[in-house]
Design a binder for this molecule. Structure first.
Ligand code: ZN
Length: 211
């Protein structure tokens, strides 16, 4: 049973959905924009309360498909041999901190890598790349749809992401990849209730405490 303790590297993709890149005033990238979070940022989305920093500006939710790597990717092989599970995760972001870092040209760690910045739902078997695009995923916030996305709308599909990360940084068992968020990101409020759905299947839920 894979647990958060088994996570090695957490790779994340920025601006992988056109409408999300544009909503933040960013250009659409010409190659995958990759950053990482410490493995310590991983937490669960299992009905728990997630405590997040208050007083550092807005904390944004970004719901994303997350891939679990089960084996080294060999160039030319089907990615199905290297990915064995997916879930939905939140790439939580201190947006105001990030804006300041971006303006200074500094790394995003403080905005993206803080503790509990990577809540993860339940892992389900990887259905294959083609099937991913047949299912919408969505974030329900306090009973209302906040984000809805589909892998079909990724600028760089998961094969490209796996190949790019392997070629540049390495990829192996225990690594996970946050594949980018669709449009609709916004600031969390204290007491928010979040639910992450893969089609009709709930993969995780949590409540938010800003403290
Ligand atoms: Zn993200």
């Amino acid at each position: 049973m894979f647990s958060n303790r088994d996570i090695k590297n957490i790779y994340c993709i920025g601006r992988n959905y056109r409408l999300h890149a544009l909503e933040l005033g960013n250009e659409v990238p010409e190659q995958p924009l990759v950053f990482t979070k410490p493995s310590h940022s991983a937490t669960l989305m299992d009905g728990n309360t997630i405590t997040l920093p208050a007083n550092v500006g807005e904390v944004h939710f970004e719901l994303e498909i997350v891939l679990k790597i089960s084996d080294v990717y060999i160039a030319g092989a089907p990615i199905e041999e290297s990915i064995d599970a997916i879930t939905l995760g939140l790439d939580l972001t201190l947006r105001d901190v990030q804006s300041k870092l971006k303006a200074k040209g500094q790394p995003w760690l403080a905005a993206k890598g803080f503790k509990q910045s990577a809540p993860l739902g339940t892992w389900i078997p990887f259905p294959g790349e083609a099937e991913l695009g047949n299912v919408d995923f969505k974030l329900i916030r306090n009973g209302e749809t906040a984000q809805i996305g589909n892998a079909k709308d990724m600028l760089f599909g998961i094969s490209e992401l796996v190949k790019h990360i392997e070629a540049n940084y390495g990829l192996g068992a225990g690594d996970i990849i946050f594949t980018g968020t669709p449009a609709g990101v916004a600031a969390l409020q204290d007491g928010d209730q979040l639910e992450a759905y893969w089609g009709e299947q709930e993969l995780g839920n949590c409540s938010v405490k800003l403290a």
